[in-house]
Design a protein around this ligand. Structure first.
Ligand code: MRU
Length: 361
């Protein structure tokens, strides 16, 4: 049976965190049990789990495992926060666990809230898609064509997803939606994960090379872009998987609406803009090698590039707020600006609930 969540603490055997090992998808659905903080750190760093909400919830469960295995909470917090720098959900979840005592209940609450926020994003995004259909004069029998980048589906959260939540909501409501899926080099989260998710849900979709989006936009084949986010600055600048910025530029040039969907746990109020969002540099092997099954199903890793060529692998980029048509959050839709975010009820955390280290001196 397919689990409906990406991370949870099974009742038996206890003191265990269970995840979907996303490295094995789409070829095999494999669950992995984590028992220690180090297990959790490895799972996040080596991307057994990935995606902003999913790594946040997994780190929260890692903090609970710290209490169960006698690891000091400040040590566990440092280990977990150092695994991946860009998605702020991770540090947000670890800090919240520090404040709330790192109990299983606290971790479960973070996971529940993540799932609920994504479900609400789906409801608000559905309204946006309905009005887009109306504005375009698109008849019911013709699909809306949505481009998405990377995987901001349920695998990237605890459930439902962010960018895909409106798509699932529209599909489930009987609306015709077709998704252009960027393959998303170098790790191919679009080709491996988003395509797998959409296929299982029965949502019509087509995989494309990352470079194809601009051409499709010029030819009227894309009605809107919806991506996720790993960290959103106070002014609405958005860090997301590398290549997102180029899609935003192309969408702007073609007057195609560009939406970013994320839960409030992805908002970093401490950053005035996207310039100081830390951009993770991932290993060169993600670019130089690929893995996949042969006809017998055995997985092999193959080399793609000349062995002596140096490689750079920045894993995220920042899309400026001015290129973003709208943000879709659990609070509703708004413009990519601090005022608009606050107008729908998104608000910086009160100073009293912040850690001393969060408060600028
Ligand atoms: O490196 P990843 O796979 O953890 O990257 C994160 C992402 O999946 C994307 O950037 C996504 O669009 C935002 S996270 C929901």
């Amino acid at each position: 049976m397919t689990p409906s969540r990406t991370v949870w603490a099974p009742a038996t055997p206890g003191k265990t965190v269970r995840i979907i090992d996303q490295r094995q998808l789409p070829w095999a659905l494999v669950l992995e049990d984590l028992h220690t903080v180090e297990n959790v750190a490895t799972a996040i760093r080596d991307m057994h789990v990935r995606g902003a909400g999913c790594i946040g919830a997994t780190a929260a469960y890692g903090m609970w495992l710290a209490t169960e295995t006698g690891v000091p909470l400040d040590t566990a917090a440092t280990i977990l926060k150092n695994t991946r720098p860009t998605a702020v959900n991770l540090a947000w979840a670890v800090d919240r666990m520090l404040r709330e005592g790192a109990t299983l209940d606290a971790a479960n609450t973070i996971a529940e809230e993540d799932a609920a926020a994504c479900q609400a994003i789906g409801r608000h995004g559905l309204v946006m898609l309905e009005s887009l259909r109306k504005n375009l004069g698109r008849p019911d029998h013709a699909p809306l064509h949505i481009l998405t980048h990377c995987n901001a589906g349920w695998l990237a959260f605890v459930a439902h997803g962010s960018a895909t939540a409106p798509i699932y909501a529209a599909h489930d409501a009987g609306q015709l939606v077709h998704v252009w899926v960027d393959e998303t080099r170098p790790r191919n989260q679009g080709a491996r994960l988003t395509a797998w998710e959409l296929a299982r849900h029965g949502v019509p979709h087509t995989l494309i090379a990352d470079n194809a989006g601009g051409h499709l936009m010029q030819n009227g084949q894309i009605d809107a872009v919806i991506t996720g986010a790993d960290r959103v600055a106070r002014n609405g600048d958005v860090a997301n998987k590398i290549g997102t910025y180029l899609k935003a530029v192309a969408a702007h040039d073609n007057a195609i609406p560009f939406y970013v969907a994320f839960p409030s746990s992805t908002l970093d109020w401490s950053l005035p803009n996207g310039k100081t969002i830390p951009i993770e540099e991932r290993p060169a092997s993600e670019i130089t090698h690929l893995d996949g099954p042969d006809a017998s199903g055995a997985i092999h890793t193959i080399a793609l590039t000349p062995a002596l060529s140096p490689v750079a692998n920045p894993s995220f980029d920042v899309t400026p707020a001015r290129l973003i048509t709208g943000l879709i959050t659990e609070y509703g839709l708004c413009h990519a600006s601090e005022k608009s975010m606050q107008d729908i009820g998104l608000a910086p955390p009160p100073l009293t609930s912040r850690l001393a280290s969060d408060i600028p001196s």
